[in-house]
Design a protein around this ligand. Structure first.
Ligand code: ZN
Length: 214
């Protein structure tokens, strides 16, 4: 049964139907220093997605879509930190260098920033949990979200699943995400879970973006 799910079928949705427009939002998940090589919670090879992310940003801006960026924004005593009994080394502490967006990220001025996991006793893994993201999307009359960023099996996955629950058409752009992969297949399993919940798995060419990148 498991094997049957492992098909690599291409999306049945045509690129023209997936091209972003004014009712779209590109959601950048956690492109912060601590999740890049050299950071306290570095995701392996996460810097490789930055050229894709920057091209997506330019492409989505060109098509009139909203650009929104989430950030992990922890108080120093957050419950997810090992000193507090949590699973992770401390990371993305509010105002720290590690919490800043990567210097090579071309985040347009005026992009909406969504700060998450700000409450010491509460760990969250979704851009929608405890934030105004859903309200921002409603204000922009955005009905389709495209999700990129870090890490695939945590914030990317949960943000995608919550977007679907809210009735948004939700696209995960596979060439601009990276997973932690504590187990080697965690990213792929997360992508399968997203697809089974109704997410559209896509890459740059599926949404009408030209490749290769320079
Ligand atoms: Zn965190």
């Amino acid at each position: 049964m498991k094997l049957a799910k492992k098909s690599t079928k291409t999306p049945t949705t045509l690129p023209s139907q997936l091209q972003p427009n004014k009712t779209s939002a590109l959601i950048l998940i956690h492109l912060q220093n601590d999740f890049f090589p050299g950071g306290t919670l570095a995701v392996t090879n996460s810097d490789q997605i930055l050229p894709y992310v920057n091209h997506y940003i330019a492409f989505f801006q060109h098509h009139g879509a909203a650009i929104m960026a989430t950030r992990d924004w922890h108080p120093p005593n957050h419950c997810s930190f090992q000193e507090q009994g949590g699973p992770w080394p401390s990371h993305c502490i509010q105002g720290s260098r590690g919490a800043q967006f990567h210097a090579d990220l071309h985040l347009p001025t005026g992009s909406l920033i969504i700060s998450g996991a700000t409450n010491p006793p509460k760990e969250v893994h979704s851009g929608f949990d405890g934030t105004s993201l859903a309200d921002y999307l409603e204000d922009r009359e955005a009905t389709t979200i495209y999700v990129v960023g870090l890490a695939t099996e945590f914030w990317v996955k949960q943000t995608v699943l919550d977007g679907i629950k809210l009735g948004l058409r939700t696209v995960v752009l596979e060439d601009a995400i990276r997973g932690v992969n504590v187990q080697p297949n965690d990213s792929e399993h997360a992508l399968q879970e997203m697809a089974e919940a109704g997410a559209i798995r896509a890459t740059a060419s599926n949404i009408g973006m030209q490749l290769p990148l320079e």
